[in-house]
Design a protein around this ligand. Structure first.
Ligand code: GNR
Ligand code: NI
Length: 172
C-alpha cells in the first residue's frame, strides 16, 4: 500500500471531469486500497480519485467515529438516483482546500447506485454525514469544489490565499 499525494487548489487537475471505470479489476482494487490509506492518513472522511490525480469515478468514504471500528466504503461509478426534499446546512471542509470551511446547504438524504469493491451493483440510502460526504465526493468527480458554491469574491479570496501559501512553501 502507498500514501498518495493529495492535490490542493488552485490546480487545473481538480477541474477535470472523471470518467466511469470500465472493469473493476485488481489494479482498481489496489488503487482503492491506496486511496483509503491516504484518506485515513490525511485524515479525512472521504477521498475522490481525482484528488490524487486519477480522473476516474472512484471514491473512498469512512464516516465512523474515532471510538468506533473503521467502516470503509468503496464507491465505483456512483450515481445518485434520488434526493430528499429536506435540505440541511453543514460546515464543509475539503482536503484540497486546507484550512477553509463553509456552511453549505445540501439535500439531507440520497439514494445512490454504485459498484462495490468486487464490482457488484449496489444501492445505498444515505443520510446525515454519510450523505453529505458522498455528495461532496461526487462533486469532485464533476470537477467541482465547495468554493464553487460561494460567491466569486469569496472564492477568489480563498484560492488566492491558497496559491500564495503554496508559493511561499515552494520557495522556503
Ligand atoms: O474530510 C473531509 N471532511 C468533510 C467534512 C464535511 C463535508 C465534507 C467533507 S469531505 C473531506 C475530505 C475531502 O475533501 N474529500 O474530498
Ligand atoms: Ni474534498
Amino acid at each position: 500500500m502507498a500514501i498518495l499525494s493529495i492535490i490542493t487548489a488552485p490546480d487545473r487537475r481538480l477541474k477535470v471531469k472523471s470518467k466511469p471505470v470500465e472493469t473493476v479489476d485488481d489494479d482498481i482494487r489496489r488503487f482503492l486500497d491506496d486511496m483509503l490509506e491516504t484518506m485515513y492518513q490525511a485524515p479525512g472522511i472521504g477521498l475522490s480519485a481525482v484528488q490524487v490525480g486519477v480522473a476516474k469515478n472512484l471514491i473512498t468514504v469512512d464516516v465512523s467515529r474515532d471510538d468506533e471500528d473503521n467502516a470503509p466504503l468503496f464507491l465505483i461509478n456512483p450515481e445518485i438516483v434520488e434526493y430528499s426534499e429536506q435540505i440541511e446546512t453543514y460546515n464543509e471542509g475539503c482536503l484540497s482546500l486546507p484550512e477553509y470551511f463553509a456552511d453549505l446547504p445540501r439535500p439531507e438524504a440520497i439514494t445512490l447506485n454504485y459498484l462495490d469493491y468486487d464490482g457488484a451493483q449496489q444501492q445505498l440510502q444515505a443520510e446525515g454525514l454519510l450523505s453529505r460526504c458522498i455528495q461532496h465526493e461526487m462533486d469532485h468527480l464533476k470537477g467541482k469544489l465547495f468554493v464553487d458554491y460561494l460567491s466569486a469574491v469569496k472564492r477568489g479570496m480563498i484560492l488566492r490565499k491558497l496559491d500564495k501559501a503554496r508559493r511561499q512553501k515552494v520557495s522556503a
